[in-house]
Design a protein around this ligand. Sequence first.
Ligand SMILES: [Zn+2]
Length: 474
Amino acid sequence: MSLYAQEFVDFVNASPTPYHVVNTVKSKLDADGFVQLSERDNWAGKVKKNSKYYVTRNSSSIIAFTVGGEYTPGNGIAIVGGHTDSPVLRIKPISDQKREGYVQVGVETYGGGIWHTWFDRDLSVAGRVFVNEGGKFVSKLVKLDKPILRIPTLAIHLTKDRYVKFEFNKETQFRPIAGQTAEESSGCCKGEELTESEFQSVKSVVERHSKKLLDLIAQELSVEVSQIEDFELILYDTQKSTIGGLNDEFIFSPRLDNQVTCYTATTGLIKSTKQLATQTGIQLISLFDHEEIGSQSAQGADSSFLPNILERITKLTANPEVDLKSELGSSYFLTTMSKSFILSSDMAHGVHPNYGENYESLNRPQLNQGPVIKINANQRYVTNSAGIVLLKQIGALAKVPQQLFVVRNDSPCGSTIGPMISAKLGVRTLDLGNPQLSMHSIRETCGSHDIEKLVLLFESYFEHFAELEQKIVV
Ligand SMILES: [Zn+2]
């Protein structure tokens, strides 16, 4: 089995939330010598040729870039875009509920999940917690490793139609159980007592959530419950991502959409840096939060994050002799954009053996046959022929086969970040991604051999884009 498939499985197991994804990507970049920049700082003098950087926003989106040793101002930028989030359940602001002797935790649906797949799974909790450390509010990552929660189905004997159709109410019948109330009140849990008489503008977390749950989080972070100011906590399936199939040809896993991109783009970028000294362009990956809910947030693909960073990079790498206020100087950004390219990478639909009729008759991607170029005349995917010509060359250099996908005319079509970032920046874009089954299920399936293919394709793109770009004129 390829090293990349195993590395990817480890990546997913370390990354139950977008905060963890960014953290996992960061540690890979740190290990390769990338330098962290902050949007709060002045970057003058900090961005140099033949160097590697990254910057995060909200700790849930990340942009990493490398500047070629032979970079000339105005040269294009080879970009890969993806997303860090997946459909999940998130703990509500006031979540402590008690019913029929059970402790329940109120959850909110995030994105378009196949929610029935969340029933009867062994769930746990992970996310970001703000901790009060002597008046300073520090954000910490938390991941409880043991199964704590479960959304139980109703026994088949008690259903009216024996589950001929499995339907449920997402508010009233989709509440996880976390324990029994007898246990909570019998003093088993050392949750903080509410002796505080001070004025509180918002109810404290102790009043809003299960004491025992807070206790476990505090324990995991080695802090007191009273230090927990607030958090974003997400439910995740404790069953680990794994390689499967008769010949290890599959990966059975949560969050393939879109951690496959987060892993392969990061790995491809890092691998391409061995050529950095002689590269003439800038190579960049941009992994955004909030794709699953439409990308409109301060750190989503529809935000200022990528445009802001691109503007800073092009200004800082401009020739110092050129007055940035002159026409030539101010047009650096625009000429750079016109020479740049975005590979918008998100998972694609592999053909399903039991639902073959739901796929178009000729365009039916197979698992393990390589990344899929996604095409849609109505621009739900923004691929055009110029992009396909470019990707064909890049794939040929890396010996990576590619497949083509289009939906049936009588089928709805997904979309991703490609249309919005290309419209915002005016940059040529192509939508692609590895094929998978069960997109948006709590447990999805993809081909284990496709992980390496996408890594090699991205590596080849970062290495060869600058020379190929000049040959494909639109
Ligand atoms: Zn996606």
